[in-house]
Design a protein around this ligand. Structure first.
Ligand SMILES: [Zn+2]
Length: 202
């Protein structure tokens, strides 16, 4: 599935995917950075290569669709919805569907015990791709840092700062509410660079 246009990084991922040893990829960044988009892009390459995939997402995230992962730009793929408080259900489903060689976990920051679950699947030979918010809106680690530590491959994506147009690494919450988990989209949050991010409420 490689063409002359395939980047070195993509080539490396492909070569890894041909082996039998598992490994872990992380796609992280702030909101609107295109994490789900990048996840779906990688998974689509896998399906074109006629490999089986399992895509899961936390049940807490019901925006757009209950049974699909949909990127902000509207790209979509079927997903299995699993409670964030019961991440071992991911392993259970993965075993039930015959241990597919590629597992995508979207919105990974909402799953408890994610490092153990990822390690369990990867150590059994599958490629695990985790997408998630690296920081919460207060700038604290959100996706379990040990998932980034254990990963063979980490991609940090940036969005566009809505104040200056520069690369944005942080998520600014614009409206009230102190709950850490408030799933939302445009209007409630926006991407900001380090200089224009103020932590709470604009
Ligand atoms: Zn800025």
């Amino acid at each position: 599935m490689l063409s002359e246009n395939t980047s070195g990084h993509e080539r490396r991922r492909y070569e890894l995917s041909q082996g039998t040893t598992g490994w872990v990829e992380v796609i992280c960044g702030c909101m609107f950075a295109g994490k789900s988009e990048e996840m779906l892009r990688r998974l689509r390459r896998v399906t074109i290569a006629k490999q089986e995939i399992l895509l899961v997402k936390p049940k807490i995230d019901d925006r757009y669709s209950e049974t699909e992962v949909v990127s902000h730009s509207g790209f979509r793929m079927k997903a299995c919805s699993i409670p964030g408080s019961d991440p071992w259900e991911i392993v259970k489903v993965w075993l039930e569907v015959g241990k597919p060689p590629v597992v995508g976990i979207d919105e990974g920051q909402f799953f408890q015990d994610l490092p153990e679950v990822v390690e369990r699947i990867a150590s059994d030979g599958s490629r695990v791709i985790v997408a998630g918010l690296d920081l919460d809106y207060l700038g604290r680690p959100f996706l379990a840092p040990s998932v980034l530590s254990m990963a063979e491959d980490v991609t940090k994506l940036t969005a566009v700062c809505m104040t200056c147009g520069g690369p944005a690494s942080r998520t600014q919450r614009l409206t009230g509410g102190d709950a850490l988990i408030e799933v939302g989209g445009e209007g409630q949050y926006e991407a900001r660079c380090r200089a224009h991010w103020t932590g709470v409420h604009g």
